[in-house]
Ligand binder design. Structure first.
Ligand SMILES: CC(C)(COP(=O)(O)OP(=O)(O)OC[C@H]1O[C@@H](n2cnc3c(N)ncnc32)[C@H](O)[C@@H]1OP(=O)(O)O)[C@@H](O)C(=O)NCCC(=O)NCCS
Length: 173
């Protein structure tokens, strides 16, 4: 498996993968594939942290790490994580997260947050975001707002996690 930045010519393939992956997902709105397209055009998009997992020359998974804010501090949000239904249970999701975290540390990010499973993410070292002083925005529940501190020396956070504009435009929560 290779994990690398998505290329422009792969945008359509990745968007289709996102659409397929979220079909039966918990808390899916069915609009995740539209969200990807808007996010790529937004200030929140970080090409270096929009990662595909490639297996046998085919894209098996995608992780999109985005710019977010808590107060005036920059944080990362794992906005989408999608693995093709046929490729699940082989560590693709976990590998995308770990590579995203490694790159994020190198880029100087101190915290990463994700609204997702409170069973899946703790296995990768995540804890509830409120333990880092961070509350979800209105519409997202606290019990699924997870986070990880990437830098042990990081300044503590206090406030509400601000999501990129496309989440609001598409009423994702
Ligand atoms: C979540 C997802 C990315 C995991 O991808 P994956 O490549 O199968 O993940 P991994 O192989 O690293 O881990 C698989 C393990 O996580 C568990 N897992 C996956 N999703 C889970 C969930 N929502 N809740 C609890 N456990 C979950 C699997 O049961 C499996 O457990 P096992 O190792 O004991 O068999 C994939 O299921 C997916 O694309 N889901 C639809 C979209 C989605 O929900 N994205 C997350 C939004 S934050």
């Amino acid at each position: 498996m290779i994990i690398r930045e998505e290329k422009k010519r792969e945008f359509y393939t990745v968007t289709a993968l996102v659409r397929e992956a979220y079909i039966n997902a918990d808390r899916s709105t069915g609009r995740e594939y539209k969200l990807v397209e808007l996010l790529r055009e937004s200030d929140a998009y970080i090409p270096k942290l929009s990662l595909v997992a490639v297996i046998d020359n085919a894209i098996a998974g995608y992780g999109m790490f985005l710019r977010g804010k808590v107060g005036n501090q920059d944080v990362l949000i794992l906005g989408l994580l999608a693995v093709a239904q046929s490729m699940r249970g082989h560590g693709v999701g976990g590998a995308l997260i770990l590579e995203g975290q490694r790159l994020a540390r190198k880029m100087g990010y101190s915290y990463l947050f994700v609204h997702g499973s409170n069973v899946y993410y703790p296995r990768l070292g995540y804890d509830f975001a409120h333990k880092f002083g961070v509350e979800p925005p209105a519409g997202l529940d606290r019990d699924h707002m997870m986070g990880i501190q990437l830098d042990a020396q990081a300044e503590p956070l206090q406030g509400v996690l601000e999501y990129p504009e496309p989440f609001k435009i598409l009423e994702m929560f």
